[in-house]
Ligand binder design. Structure first.
Ligand code: CA
Ligand code: CA
Length: 81
């Protein structure tokens, strides 16, 4: 019993410490709060972004833009502002 509690506490700690080092998604864009930006969220915030541009920004092709991909796109001028 005790071992189970320690193991699950440790797992929780690892999950939280991993996310603590990641940048938080911008809640103004990430309206569904899943921590990444999908095409609809991106187009709501940046109406100029086409699906083609979105797919270019989505470097790992998982269908959403995470904060790292977003930062890269901003740095390279794919996202204005
Ligand atoms: Ca989202
Ligand atoms: Ca992605």
């Amino acid at each position: 019993m005790t071992k189970t509690i320690i193991a699950s506490s440790l797992a929780t700690f690892v999950i939280f410490s991993t996310s603590a080092f990641a940048l938080d998604a911008d809640a103004a864009i990430d309206t569904d709060g899943d921590g990444a930006y999908n095409l609809a969220e991106m187009q709501a915030a940046y109406p100029d972004i086409t699906e083609e541009v979105f797919n270019t920004i989505d470097a790992n092709e998982n269908g959403t833009i995470d904060v790292d991909e977003f930062a890269v796109a901003k740095g390279s001028g794919l996202i204005a502002g």
